[in-house]
Design a protein around this ligand. Structure first.
Ligand SMILES: [Zn+2]
Length: 110
């Protein structure tokens, strides 16, 4: 049995100045977080498969995923997503496979 699936890890959180929370109407309480989703086999990350973004109000704790975000936040979410990349350890599984293939080729050539 092969255990595989997807997991996510937090990458970056930034405040959103000059934006008012649409739920509690308190200004400058929204923050934007970007996560990195990755595919894994036996809990070893293989490769990243997406960067979901979430906006949250630090005052009323309302939260929105990107498709439900207030319109004035979506542009900032897209910019933040483009500015971050997945952590290098999300490629660990492919790196291990690559090293194994390289090692096999070297051992086979001897
Ligand atoms: Zn709020």
């Amino acid at each position: 049995m092969i255990i595989f699936g997807t997991k996510g890890a937090h990458v970056r959180t930034e405040p959103l100045p000059a934006v008012t929370c649409p739920t509690c109407t308190v200004p400058e309480t929204l923050q934007l977080s970007v996560f990195s989703r990755y595919a894994h086999v036996y809990w070893i990350p293989l490769f990243p498969i997406g960067k979901p973004a979430v906006a949250q109000c630090t005052h009323c704790l309302s939260a929105w995923e990107q498709q439900n975000m207030p319109l004035e936040v979506r542009g900032a979410a897209q910019e933040l997503k483009e500015g971050v990349s997945a952590p290098i350890w999300h490629w660990a599984g492919l790196a291990i496979i690559g090293l194994f293939v390289a090692w096999s080729a070297v051992v086979g050539a001897l």
